[in-house]
Design a binder for this molecule. Structure first.
Ligand SMILES: Nc1ncnc2c1ncn2[C@@H]1O[C@H](COP(=O)(O)OP(=O)(O)OP(=O)(O)O)[C@@H](O)[C@H]1O
Length: 445
């Protein structure tokens, strides 16, 4: 299993790597409503969750030791969560612990970390999204990479093969949910470094600039804090393997400068040390924003940009890869049903049409969640169009996306309609209909 400072996903991954009968997660919150909300966020097919608002029940469940992870609501007013963490520290060994702070307070974070929690999050809507993403990412670890064959993905597949045998720093660029993290993992797993660690830096999760720096460079000595476990930073941990830096533009500028030095000179200096250490890992970074624009706006280090912009793999949005949608959906159905021990349903023609015609702004991630939900709720031999519940995007945004895609395809093919239709994965008459509906000039190129 990959070693990572991002302990929440790692912890969740560990849960999912346990034998199914042992996969169990205990949620404790003194407030029933909060407990229910957390249960919604963490539930998934095949995962056993117990939620309680009673500290004595929580202790009994923990003592039976059939739990691999404890998620505790902690807040300023209510100290029971903190008390439970204190108790587990003295009594229960080998359990992953996550604090979910119901009020945002550095004091609470510190307390929770000091009590040996692997991670602490503030439970607002943003974090709920992040948690959901983190859970998906863990889930992904169980998933096999599905080889995509659409025309639009061919370039990307070729680059994945080439990059697996290279050591140069690589930037994966593409919108949310297209599979950048999955690709980074595939490249690592097929590289000569595969027996080394795959370390993930989730830049969006770091609480402060100082914390980011500590996390990257590590500390020689310092407070006993789970984030600085072994006093080793991510760079040291990734030596001999791959350091995957997810959403690099979320790193503070001065950490970006440190990274630029690591990439150029292959060395780094841990905090509190003067001696340089050789970095022997490979760095893969990802971005969903245009980094050149960020440099222009002064929000991204120019030095780092120059180190990474020459080796970029652009991962296309799912809607540009129409031929991948159904094979990916079928692959997800098999994976999800196998995990829940149910027979895989077949997609009906209506479901296929619905999936193919949807604009997947959330890309593969959205497709995966849509299929998970359908499989979870379905009762029958086939998945029909009514079993597929799509996140409806407001009309104007959908139209805007289609407008943009058509224009882009026409620009890429210098106005050649046959090639543009092929690129979009639609036939020529549909392209003409889209051009008309979007009010794009016929000779647009
Ligand atoms: N080819 C594939 N085969 C199987 N699963 C895939 C594939 N591509 C993407 N996925 C799944 O889609 C989901 C989103 O992928 P991933 O997290 O890699 O996207 P991302 O581009 O890194 O997203 P973001 O930048 O928004 O975090 C994950 O659950 C991932 O496992």
């Amino acid at each position: 299993m990959a070693k990572s400072f991002l302990t929440l996903p790692e912890s969740l991954m560990n849960i999912d790597n346990d034998p199914p009968s042992n996969r169990s997660l205990l949620i404790y919150s003194s407030q029933i409503e909060d407990g229910k909300k957390m249960e919604e966020v963490f539930s998934k097919p095949g995962r056993k969750i117990q939620t309680t608002n009673s500290i004595s029940t929580a202790k009994k469940i923990l003592e039976r030791s059939d739990c691999t992870m404890l998620i505790v609501a902690v807040s300023g007013k209510d100290c029971d969560g903190i008390k439970l963490l204190e108790w587990t520290n003295d009594t229960i060994l080998g359990i992953k612990k996550v604090g979910v702070a119901m009020t945002e307070s550095p004091d609470i974070y510190n307390k929770v970390y000091k009590l040996g929690a692997d991670h602490c999050f503030y439970f607002d809507s943003l974090v709920v999204d992040r948690l959901t993403i983190a859970i998906e990412k863990c889930h992904k670890e169980d998933q096999r990479w599905f080889q995509r064959n659409s025309n639009a993905f061919q370039g990307c597949s070729r680059r994945i093969n080439i990059e697996s045998n290279s050591n140069s720093t690589l930037l994966l660029s593409g919108p949310q949910g297209v599979g950048k993290s999955a690709i980074a993992r595939v490249i690592h797993d097929s590289s000569p470094r595969r027996s080394g660690p795959f370390v993930v830096a989730e830049c969006a999760h770091y609480l402060s600039a100082t914390e980011s720096m500590d996390i990257f460079r590590g500390k020689e000595t310092g407070v006993k804090h789970p984030l600085y476990r072994n006093q080793q930073g991510l760079l040291a941990q990734a030596n001999g393997g791959t350091l995957y830096i997810h959403e690099v533009c979320m790193l503070p500028l001065h950490v970006q400068e440190v990274l630029a030095t690591v990439i150029q000179r292959g060395v780094f200096t841990p905090q509190n040390l003067t001696k340089e250490i050789k970095f022997t890992g490979r760095i893969i970074l990802s971005t969903k924003v245009n980094l050149a624009e960020k440099v222009r706006d002064g929000d991204f280090s120019e030095a780092l940009f120059h180190c990474i912009h020459s080796n970029v793999v652009i991962v296309p949005p799912l809607s540009d890869c129409q031929d991948d949608i159904i094979p990916l959906a079928e692959c997800f159905i098999k994976q999800i049903c196998a995990e829940s021990g149910i027979k895989s349903p077949r997609l009906t023609k209506g479901a296929i049409n619905k999936l193919t015609n949807h604009i997947w702004t959330g890309n593969v991630r959205e497709l995966f969640s849509t299929i998970s939900r359908a499989c979870y709720e379905f009762r029958g031999e086939t998945l029909g169009k009514d079993d597929i519940v799509l996140n409806e995007i407001p009309k104007n945004r959908e139209s805007h996306t289609r407008h943009y895609r058509v224009q882009r395809a026409l620009r890429q093919t210098k106005g050649n309609k046959a090639q543009a239709a092929m690129l979009l994965g639609i036939n020529r008459s549909t392209l003409y209909a889209w051009i008309k509906a979007e009010g794009i000039p016929k000779d647009y190129r």
